[in-house]
Design a protein around this ligand. Structure first.
Ligand SMILES: Nc1ncnc2c1ncn2[C@@H]1O[C@H](COP(=O)(O)OP(=O)(O)O)[C@@H](O)[C@H]1O
Ligand SMILES: [Mg+2]
Length: 258
């Protein structure tokens, strides 16, 4: 699972892409939500997707994770064409979005939530009963420490703050050991400190997972990524470093300037 470590500042991304989206498109009621989008992610990369409301960012995540079927284009992952596979097939192939269950179980402890998530690991699916009996404490502690919740391990999830709940959800995605992690606005509703800590968490995951993040907060974006992809009206408007994007006239006009 471990991927080539890429430094945040390395401009050179070489080798075979983990994810290759080509000419991807989908329409809802005749309106294009995503239209001819091409995107390529290298193993270990953290990529941020930005764009105005309605630009097609969430739909792009839906297409990659199989929640929405593409009407056009292809998605290749680890060299395989996964276009229009079911969400379960895509999860098993190694793309983690959010845990398949809606959210955390509020009455279970943090560690118990992680235990449930481990049991839904697509690679051990089918061994649920066996898994529930097994003690995966080492793995649970390892992941909880990565998302900064080790001290909360025995607390009921309902006592977590909003930010901590988001980190637990990230931990539950990591329990599936995905090669590619999709995070749609992970810092929504977070305080400045929580947002900063989320950047630390993502930075600590760099290299072990490839991560595609939808995000608006440019300070956060600057903290976590090297290359940004900007979407506008379902299409890719620009792609480049944070500095390039922040000074790109088309991006300023369509998004950042406003
Ligand atoms: N299931 C759906 N049915 C109809 N229209 C949708 C659906 N999902 C998204 N859309 C439309 O597609 C466009 C892109 O939405 P979305 O991907 O959610 O944008 P973003 O995440 O960038 O804000 C919007 O115009 C939205 O209204
Ligand atoms: Mg969205």
């Amino acid at each position: 699972m471990a991927q080539t470590l890429l430094s945040q500042t390395s401009p050179e991304l070489s080798g075979t892409p983990l994810l290759e989206v080509h000419d991807l498109g989908v329409s809802f009621n005749g309106l294009s939500a995503v239209n001819g989008l091409s995107l390529s992610l290298m193993p270990g990369e953290v990529r941020v997707l930005i764009g105005a409301n309605g630009a097609g960012k969430t739909t792009t995540m839906d297409l990659i994770s199989g929640k929405t079927k593409a009407t056009n284009g292809t998605i290749r992952f680890k060299g395989r064409d996964i276009t229009n596979w079911t969400p379960n097939q895509i999860a098993r192939a190694g793309i983690g979005r959010k845990f398949q269950i809606p959210s955390v179980f509020k009455d279970l402890t943090v560690a118990e939530n992680m235990q449930v998530a481990l049991c839904f690991n697509p690679s051990v699916f089918g061994n649920l009963r066996q898994c529930l009996r097994r003690k995966d404490r080492a793995q649970i502690h390892e992941i909880l420490s990565r998302v900064g919740l080790e001290a909360m391990s025995d607390r009921p999830a309902r006592l977590l703050s909003h930010g901590q709940t988001q980190w637990l959800e990230i931990g539950m995605v990591l329990a599936q050991n995905p090669d590619l992690v999709l995070l749609d606005e992970p810092t929504a509703g977070m305080t400045v400190q929580e947002t900063r800590k989320t950047a630390d968490i993502i930075n600590a995951l760099r290299g072990q997972h490839t991560i595609l993040v939808v995000e608006h907060d440019m300070t956060f974006v600057r903290d976590i990524c090297h290359v940004i992809t900007v979407m506008h009206q379902g299409k890719k408007l620009a792609e480049g470093t944070v500095d390039e994007i922040e000074t790109n006239p088309a991006v300023l006009e369509a998004y950042l300037g406003g």
